[in-house]
Design a binder for this molecule. Structure first.
Ligand code: NAD
Length: 249
């Protein structure tokens, strides 16, 4: 049974990943800063017969990341899979962007991923196995997003992080890939202040070649593929999963 640690697993894409891995028969370590939602998702997985535990983990805390990984390793050995998913997308015009606000987005969306991977890497390297997926975005890999410069920069940074980690960990047979989702229906995109909201999703749907906004499961299934043996020769890539948005005219 693989041990799969997911950040931001209480809701949205992280929750869908937790459901997918639990259904595959893996042990899922759900982590989130949202304790109530994380525990509720964990309970739902267990009620459905899955193997799961919840640990509170704020990815801006190195101490939290180290402690969560150490506790899982003590009970179960090295992690097999990490899904670095936690992220925020705050609207932040240049005119009101302080250093603190800039750093906060980078701290969650980019540094937060390296904290978890860095904590887990030594035992994964010793085991000479494992797979990591980091969630980037088409914002950053392909698009800019008005009044979201820190988010755009962080998500572009995730694609670089994936390449760097893939090379450093390849010798120990650990693969690292990214996913750049397009428009996925979650609390993040449904927030009309910090993102596009329901009206924005309704407006963009007809422009998406596959004819609809994505659902969290559309991303989770690709995460599951990327960490599976079917993707054994694939590392260092950030795969766009957007219903054809980027290649459409
Ligand atoms: N929804 C989309 O269209 C879309 C598109 C591209 C990329 N993404 C990325 O996908 C990932 C998941 O986003 P989502 O759409 O499911 O959004 P969401 O808001 O539904 O979920 C985000 C999760 O991250 C968690 N989180 C936030 N700050 C945290 C912190 N400091 N420590 C730990 N967890 C924290 C939240 O609690 C939540 O569980 C994010 O990285 C996001 O940027 C989403």
């Amino acid at each position: 049974m693989r041990t799969v640690l997911i950040t931001g697993a209480g809701i949205g894409i992280g929750r869908a990943c937790a459901e997918t891995f639990a259904a595959l028969g893996d042990h899922v370590v759900l982590t989130d800063v949202l304790e109530e939602q994380g525990r509720e998702t964990c309970a739902a997985l267990r009620a459905a017969g899955g193997s799961a535990e919840f640990r509170k983990l704020d990815v801006t805390s190195t101490r939290d990341a180290d402690a969560a990984v150490a506790a899982v390793e003590a009970a179960r050995g090295p992690l097999d899979v990490i899904v670095a998913n936690a992220g925020i997308a705050h609207r932040m015009p240049l005119a009101t962007m302080t250093d603190e606000l800039w750093h906060h987005t980078l701290d969650v969306d980019l540094t937060g991923m390296i904290r978890v991977v860095r904590a887990a890497a030594p035992r994964m390297r010793a085991a000479k196995r494992g797979a990591i997926v980091c969630i980037s975005s088409v914002v950053g890999t392909a698009y800019g997003w008005n009044e979201h410069v820190p988010y755009t920069a962080a998500k572009a940074g995730v694609a670089g992080l994936v390449k760097g980690l893939a090379i450093e960990l390849a010798a120990d047979r650990i693969r690292v890939n990214g996913i750049a989702p397009g428009f996925i229906r979650t609390a993040q995109t449904l927030d009309p202040v910090n993102s596009v909201g329901q009206a924005g999703l309704d407006a963009v749907a007809p422009r998406i070649p596959l004819g609809r906004v994505g659902e969290p499961r559309d991303i989770a299934d690709v995460v599951a593929f990327l960490v599976s043996d079917s993707a054994r020769y694939l590392t260092g890539q950030t795969i766009t999963v957007d219903g054809g948005l980027l290649v459409g005219l």
